[in-house]
Structures are given as structure tokens and as C-alpha cells.
Design a protein around this ligand. Structure first.
Ligand code: IMP
Ligand code: MG
Length: 195
């Protein structure tokens, strides 16, 4: 330990992370497994994938390439965290789906299931569009934070109640490009220049 650097980062490649929870290799392996689970659930049916952007961008791109079924893709954008690590506001739809969902098998994809507000609000909205079926898929399921009782049909990983970034998940639109999922170092949360 040198006086210049009294607390060296345990993660030299990712100095803004405190800890890596899921590696890129683990994500890739789990996505292949979810692809098989989805194939079993839908058999040969066409799937209409609705990706909740921006967070589910990377997960959706990798997951749909593991699905052999015919797939239609659309995106929906909701507000939630903004530049904070806490979800204070109710989510609202900022950009809506263009595809018709009536009588379609819809698979709604998000990056993380946290309080449950986003997935609950969107499943209610999609049900009103008359799909033949509606299933949900999340890469991460954050344990211990649910405010609305809702579970996803397909889950990548259960994680503890920590604020995570990477592989699509952001803090103030940063870190989405990290190949792994890690806990953002507290010193990088809410710095003045991002307020
Ligand atoms: P919920 O509505 O509270 O379930 O939150 C879901 C949304 O909040 C996700 O789509 C994410 O965009 C965001 N979110 C929740 N937890 C985290 C986190 O740990 N890091 C980054 N974004 C998160
Ligand atoms: Mg987000």
C-alpha cells in the first residue's frame, strides 16, 4: 500500500465498480439456457418481443439470437430512475409500441425487476391490447425490493439489493457498455457533475 494510493481498486479494469456480480461469460451461458427455456415454452409459435429500452437493449439483442422461432421486435421506453439510484417516480410510457399485439404471443423483456412497478404497469397496458399470451423475461431479479407482487416467467439471475450497472444497465446513461454486471462504487453515485 503506497501513500499515493492508499485504497487500490480491487478491480483495475473497472475502477468505478466495487464488485463484479455476474461476468460476461456467465451472462452468455445463461442467455443460451433461457433461449432453450423460451423455445420449450413457445414451441414453433411466432413471438412478438417487446424490449424495454434502454436497459434491455443488450440483453434483447443477445437473447433473440438464441431463439429460432419467428420473432417480431419492438421497443417501449418508460421513465424511471432518471439520474438517481432510487426509483421514486411512478413509471410513465415515453415512447410506445408500434406493432399490433392483438392475438399475438408477446414476450416483454426488461433488464431488471426491482420494485415491480415498471413490469406491472407495462403488463397491464399490454393486456389491454389483447395479446394471445403475455410472458415476461428479465435478466436480473433484485431480491428484497418488491413493492408490487410480480414475478417474471424467465429470469437470468437473482441478485441482492445493490445498485448495479453494466450490460445495458446504467447510472445516468453511463456504464451500459460494460460487458459484466457490477455494483457501482458508492463514490461514483450522484457525483455533482451528473446532478
Ligand atoms: P422497477 O420498476 O422498480 O421494477 O424498476 C425497473 C427499472 O428500474 C429497470 O428497468 C431499470 O431500468 C431500473 N433499475 C432498477 N434497479 C436498477 C439497478 O440496480 N441499476 C440500474 N437500473 C436499475
Ligand atoms: Mg434504466
Amino acid at each position: 500500500m503506497s501513500p499515493e494510493n492508499p485504497t487500490p481498486s480491487p478491480l483495475p479494469e473497472y475502477p468505478d465498480l466495487e464488485e463484479i456480480l455476474v461476468t460476461g461469460e456467465q451472462i452468455a451461458k445463461r442467455i443460451r439456457e433461457i433461449g432453450t427455456e423460451i423455445a420449450d415454452a413457445y414451441e414453433d409459435e411466432e413471438i412478438t418481443v417487446i424490449s424495454i429500452i434502454n436497459g434491455a437493449l443488450l440483453f434483447t439483442a443477445d437473447l433473440i439470437r438464441q431463439i429460432d422461432n419467428p420473432v417480431r421486435v419492438d421497443c417501449i421506453r418508460v421513465s424511471s430512475y432518471r439520474n438517481s439510484t432510487k426509483s421514486e417516480k411512478e413509471p410513465e410510457i415515453l415512447y410506445n409500441i408500434n406493432l399490433d399485439l392483438e392475438n399475438r404471443h408477446v414476450l416483454l423483456i426488461d433488464d431488471i425487476l426491482d420494485t415491480g412497478k415498471t413490469l406491472f404497469m407495462l403488463t397491464e397496458a399490454i393486456q389491454r391490447m389483447g395479446p394471445k399470451s403475455l410472458r415476461t423475461c428479465v435478466l436480473l431479479n433484485k431480491i428484497g425490493r418488491r413493492e408490487i407482487s410480480i414475478d417474471a416467467d424467465f429470469v437470468g439471475f437473482d441478485i441482492p439489493d445493490r445498485f448495479v450497472v453494466g450490460y445495458g444497465l446504467d447510472f445516468a446513461e453511463r456504464y451500459r457498455n460494460l460487458p459484466c454486471i457490477g455494483v457501482l462504487h458508492p463514490s461514483r453515485q450522484n457525483p455533482m457533475e451528473w446532478a
